[in-house]
Design a protein around this ligand. Structure first.
Ligand code: AMP
Ligand code: MG
Length: 352
């Protein structure tokens, strides 16, 4: 199902890429028909970066769109795990490097989120991701001995940071693929706000960030994919990132077993927690991206406990067995779609 990843971000199949374009079109369509004066014209830009289709629509100046594209490409250039020119690649090769301020900041944020999630999200997971072939496209199932050896090279607590200088123990490698798109969407929101843009939808390969509301004053409608195909739900949001992790997004099948690209750092194997996807909704794209990956690894029960001890996100869980679990903060803004009638939805209360 998966394509070769040139830049080391979540590479997707052609179907998924086309779907992303279609998905973007759905969102764009929801913005049509709003009254717009010349200055607030709707403008859209679609381009390819981080191995996926990016689609940005905003009401405001065309310059903001150009700067947005440049910003995303710069982030990709700095953070790609496979581009020999990137800071992350050089750090992984050298073991220690003084990186730019922005790269140091995202590394430190990723380490803090690893700590918060007890290592379910771990940016040092790359030796395992690489061994399973997810960034080379040469998929394989590593031997038990290989996995046991590589697990010792995965531990966010072993990364040393001293200002902009990052140091990794021998054999350790960073991979920010689980957080980079959410981080990029936060950077774009900052940029748009600075440029006076009040209304935009940033769709970075299905990771969506809505800035403000539609010019009509209505919330943006963001679709959550059903891992089995079609849509599972629509969320009406403003000023929120809506970011999904799911094994269906990238995987390979060997001898009848499907292996997904999200690795459980504890077992060294693809996460197999009974979840088909996790969507996290938060005002921070960076947080939503790291948490969607982490909660997918944790599985429903641990994720619910984590949610109850947090106050900065909501989530939608779709189980492999078919159920949908939704945290209560989304109760009034979620409309189920497709096979999910409202009777099939279980709400998760903040207080058990
Ligand atoms: P996402 O689609 O945001 O869940 O990110 C998945 C990507 O993050 C994978 O393609 C890997 O590059 C990386 N990754 C896989 N497992 C983990 C993990 N447990 N913690 C952090 N990053 C991971
Ligand atoms: Mg993620």
């Amino acid at each position: 199902m998966s394509g070769l990843s040139k830049s080391g971000f979540a590479a997707r199949s052609i179907t998924a890429r086309l779907f992303a374009v279609f998905f973007a079109a759905v969102i764009a369509a929801s913005a049509v028909g709003a009254p717009a004066c010349k200055k607030d014209e709707k403008r859209s830009l679609t381009f390819f970066a981080m191995d996926t289709v990016m689609d940005i629509s905003l009401y405001g100046s065309a310059d903001a769109l150009d700067t947005a594209q440049k910003t995303v490409l710069d982030i990709e250039k700095a953070l790609s795990v496979t581009d020999a020119g990137s800071e992350i690649f050089k750090l992984n090769e050298a073991g220690a490097l003084s990186v730019s301020e922005s790269t140091a900041n995202i590394i430190k944020t990723a380490l803090a989120l690893a700590e918060r999630t007890g290592g379910a999200f771990d940016p040092t997971v790359y030796p395992l991701v690489h061994a399973w072939g997810f960034t080379t496209g040469e998929h394989r199932v590593p031997t038990d001995d290989e996995i046991a050896a590589l697990i010792k090279k995965v531990d966010y607590r072993a990364v040393e940071t001293d200002g902009g200088r990052i140091a990794l123990p021998e054999g350790f490698m960073l991979d920010l693929g689980g957080i980079a798109k959410g981080y990029a969407s936060d950077r774009l929101v900052e940029l748009f706000k600075a440029e006076g843009v009040e209304s935009a939808v940033i769709n970075l390969g299905g990771n969506v960030h809505a800035l403000g509301k539609k010019p009509s004053g209505e919330a943006w409608n963001i679709a959550i994919n059903d891992p089995a195909g079609g849509y599972a739900a629509i969320l009406a949001v403003s000023d929120r990132a809506v970011i999904t992790s799911g094994g269906y997004e990238r995987n390979f099948t060997l001898d009848g077993i499907t292996y997904c690209h999200i690795i459980d750092p504890e077992t060294g194997r693809p996460a197999d927690s009974g979840l088909a996807s996790v969507t996290v909704v938060s005002s921070s794209g960076t947080l939503a991206d790291a948490l969607s990956t982490a909660l997918y690894v944790m599985g429903l029960e641990n994720a619910v406990e984590f949610y109850r001890n947090s106050s900065d996100f909501d989530a939608v869980f779709i189980l492999e067995s078919g159920g949908m679990y939704v945290t209560e903060g989304l109760k009034d803004i979620l409309s189920p779609k497709g096979r999910f009638g409202s009777e099939a939805i279980h709400f998760i209360k903040k207080q058990p």
